[in-house]
Ligand binder design. Structure first.
Ligand SMILES: Cc1cc2nc3c(=O)[nH]c(=O)nc-3n(C[C@H](O)[C@H](O)[C@H](O)COP(=O)(O)OP(=O)(O)OC[C@H]3O[C@@H](n4cnc5c(N)ncnc54)[C@H](O)[C@@H]3O)c2cc1C
Length: 405
């Protein structure tokens, strides 16, 4: 165990590991990353690994473009492997109201220099023959989109952080952040105390527990997302564009010779992490295959392969959601030295390379190179944030992730 650090990152998922790496790489501060289980073992490796470049706000488009650039350069920057494929994607509207969204998306995308265009259903089918034209109102092709192997990102950043001098402390739970006179003073862990003036709460599904143990509130809730990976499918080439069906909120991308697919269901479950127990591991999360089959039937006319391909893996994780669907990143306004990197809204892995770089600069230089004010916890006011209201809003954001109205 160490006795002190300049910065302690709590949690070694994509967001924590990216932050630890970027701080360590700058070489200015002694950084330690503390993880209650194995490094990068919880929600991050269970993600789909899709990078979606056409986001709802200008800030998010700027950040995801930076993140996509860093994913392509990941091995050069970190010295660690990362498999990625620049496949592009097809966003599919089946209802007139979603056709309008696609037309607005295209204008926004072009303003940001993204490679976007509207395609006929037949043209989309030619690009990805597993997408059938029946029942499609409009398709947008997003040439910038890509996907990567989610199991490599957090672990890669963590190894690279260590190679740059960071201390990794796996199998060590932070039980409390110590605060003295409104300033972070250290952390208590299951293995002893460590003094530090700065912590980053990147505890994923447990972000609230870590903050609340020290009397700090954060308005986010933990939900679940699950997906299937299929057995190999004839002609399922890795370069086929990913597909998203807007109103059903179903996604599909090539994966290891077959497909990976999942859904943002209508009635997501929310979890009280205390209720799951102190030793809970995401690998033991109960999953419900029937939810996936229900949505496969919904999109059968467009993606019949979902009902036909044999399933080889069923996995899920615990992302966090906020009331407005945006991340919570940056310092707490009430305690000096307390930073958040959370509220992933099921899109935190792909954006992690950019947010990690921003947070490192914020901690070291006093400000991030891109203004992240829209992601500050301060945008929610002082609360109270009743859980039922938060859950209602978070459930809406979850289901409408693809912008369907
Ligand atoms: C099925 C599925 C599909 C997804 N698809 C995508 C996608 O295509 N693209 C995308 O960008 N995102 C996707 N996501 C979301 C993505 O997985 C998350 O946004 C991201 O992994 C969040 O990373 P994290 O670092 O916040 O959480 P985690 O990876 O869970 O890491 C948090 C870590 O903190 C640790 N921790 C908690 N409490 C403590 C404590 N007290 N002390 C020490 N350590 C602690 C935990 O053990 C954990 O390892 C998907 C998620 C799922 C489940």
């Amino acid at each position: 165990m160490i006795e002190s650090a300049d910065v302690i990152v709590i949690g070694s998922g994509g967001l924590g590991a990216a932050t630890a790496f970027h701080i360590a790489k700058r070489g200015a501060l002694r950084v330690a990353m503390i993880e209650r289980l194995e490094i990068g073992s919880q929600t991050s490796p269970r993600a789909a690994g899709m990078v979606s470049c056409l986001r709802k706000s200008d800030l998010m488009i700027d950040l995801i473009k930076l993140a996509a650039h860093k994913i392509r350069r990941f091995s050069d920057e970190s010295g660690q492997p990362l498999d990625w494929v620049h496949s592009g994607s097809l966003k599919v509207a089946r209802r007139p109201v979603d056709v309008e969204v696609i037309q607005e998306d295209i204008l926004r995308g072009r303003r940001h220099g993204l490679d976007v265009e509207e395609l006929s259903a037949d043209a989309a089918h030619r690009l990805n023959p597993f997408l059938q034209p029946k029942g499609i109102g409009a398709v947008m092709r997003i040439g910038d989109d890509m996907y990567f192997n989610p199991a490599q990102l957090a672990v890669g950043f963590a190894r690279a952080a260590e190679a740059n001098g960071a201390v990794l402390l796996p199998n060590t739970a932070v039980t409390r952040v110590l605060i003295e006179d409104g300033q972070v003073a250290g952390v208590d862990t299951a293995r002893g105390h460590i003094a530090t003036p700065v912590i980053v709460d990147a505890a994923g599904a447990w972000t609230r527990q870590v903050a609340e143990a020290s009397g700090i509130r954060i308005p986010l809730v933990t939900t679940a997302q699950q997906l299937f990976v299929t057995e190999p499918v004839h002609d399922a080439r890795a370069e086929l564009p990913m597909v998203r069906i807007m109103d059903a909120a179903v996604y599909m991308r090539p994966c290891d010779g077959g497909f990976l697919w999942g859904v943002y269901e209508e009635n997501p479950k929310f979890f009280d992490m205390d209720g799951l127990g102190a030793n809970f591991d995401v690998k033991d999360l109960p999953l419900d295959a029937e939810i996936l089959w229900h949505y496969a039937r919904d999109v059968e006319a467009q993606l019949p392969i979902l009902l036909k391909a044999a399933v080889r893996e069923h996995r899920g994780g615990l992302p966090t959601m906020t009331a407005d669907g945006q991340h919570i990143v940056g310092p707490s306004p009430v305690v000096r030295g307390f930073y958040f990197a959370s509220g992933c809204n099921v899109a935190g892995l792909s954006i992690a390379p950019a947010l990690g770089e921003m947070l490192a600069a914020w901690i070291i230089d006093g400000a991030p190179p891109i203004d992240l004010a829209p992601l500050s916890i301060g945008r929610f006011g002082n609360g109270p944030w009743p859980d039922d209201e938060l859950i209602n809003k978070a459930a809406w954001q979850y289901r409408h992730f693809y912008g369907a109205r």
